[in-house]
Design a protein around this ligand. Structure first.
Ligand code: NAD
Length: 302
């Protein structure tokens, strides 16, 4: 267990991921100060041992290390701006470190990190992998972008939340790594779905085909974890929404366009994930994409 006496943590954003992180921070003695725009989410965090704060700025007032788990970069910017307006990130105020676990954008992380650094505070982009269960268990994979000194100061909190902590590089590097990873996740969902549909149509059950794939060379986390846990039992409740998957693919493609990388397969993956092609709404669990029994795409006769 980390030495936590002198650190009080905060957490802003208590959704599928943030609530588990609040539980983990609480269990590890960080006495988290918490805020979410949703009253329901906030009261779940109180049940999990966190102290509910009246605003995001108040979390910055109460804590030295503040974890963000927000839907997108514009929410991150808004919360930081609120803390700045309240004076909690002013030059000369007690130094604070922000650990942004949101799947956000490298350019925005870099801008926030340099603004905060100029006032004596730290901002580490720290997107995560491992889902709501990993957040609740403190076993997330975390990919970090930021200055060595800020990462070191954040480390007791990072070690509580994560099991595999990789400092990828300077500010924004964590965001880049996360987006390329999730580009693969979005692609693997579709390639695995197509493989299993073809197996079933040709007389081999999805279960039998998956057993082979996972013992052979076509496997991925999607085939090894996601299909056996959420697709084949048909629970479709991984806790990651189709809307967030679409955001990640969009951001990866925006990054590719900005860098002049041709991504023909990723372009098609984005199109197949669209509501028009997949029939899935933003609120649907992203595992529904993998249902080998659904006629998901036009021309599918199954
Ligand atoms: P979510 O939609 O379940 O939760 C987001 C929460 O943020 C909501 O409770 C919302 O009310 C709150 N919120 C929004 N704006 C706010 C503001 N200004 N102040 C305070 N609270 C605010 O999302 P999630 O699934 O928990 O994902 C959070 C982040 O983590 C996203 O960036 C997502 O891409 C990433 N992520 C999610 C998973 C997953 O499996 N769910 C895995 C890895 C990474």
């Amino acid at each position: 267990m980390p030495q936590t006496e002198q650190i009080r943590a905060g957490i802003i954003g208590l959704g599928a991921m943030g609530i588990g992180m609040a539980q983990t921070l609480s269990r590890n003695g960080f006495e988290p100060a918490a805020f979410d725009l949703s009253e329901t989410a906030l009261s779940r965090a109180t049940d999990a041992g966190a102290a509910a704060m009246p605003s995001a700025a108040d979390v910055f007032g109460a804590a030295q290390v503040i974890v963000l788990s927000l839907p997108a970069a514009h929410h991150v910017k808004a919360v930081i701006a609120e803390a700045e307006s309240a004076g909690h990130l002013a030059q000369g105020s007690a130094p604070r470190i922000v650990i942004d676990t949101s799947t956000s954008e490298a350019e925005i992380s870099r801008a926030l990190a340099s603004r905060l650094a100029a006032a004596g505070h730290g901002f580490v982009d720290a997107p995560v992998s491992g889902g709501p269960s990993g957040a609740a268990a403190g076993t997330l994979a975390m990919m970090l972008g930021g200055e060595e000194a800020h990462v070191a100061r954040a480390m007791p909190v990072l070690e509580a939340l994560g099991q595999k902590i990789i400092h990828v590089g300077p500010s924004g590097a964590g965001n880049v790594a996360k987006l390329v990873n999730n580009m693969l996740v979005a692609s693997h969902m579709i390639t695995t779905l197509e493989a299993l549909k073809l197996a079933e149509a040709s007389g081999v059950s999805a279960e039998a085909a998956l057993g082979v794939i996972n013992a052979a060379t076509g496997r991925s986390a999607i085939s090894e974890i996601h299909y056996p846990t959420w697709v084949l039992p048909r629970s479709f409740d991984s806790g990651f929404s189709t809307g967030l998957m679409r955001k990640d693919v969009r951001l990866a493609l925006e990054m590719a366009a900005a860098k002049g990388c041709a991504m023909p397969l990723a372009d098609l993956v984005a199109e197949l994930w669209s509501e028009g092609r997949s029939g899935l709404a933003d609120d649907d669990d992203f595992m529904l994409m993998g249902d080998p029994g659904a006629a998901r795409f036009e021309g599918d006769e199954r």
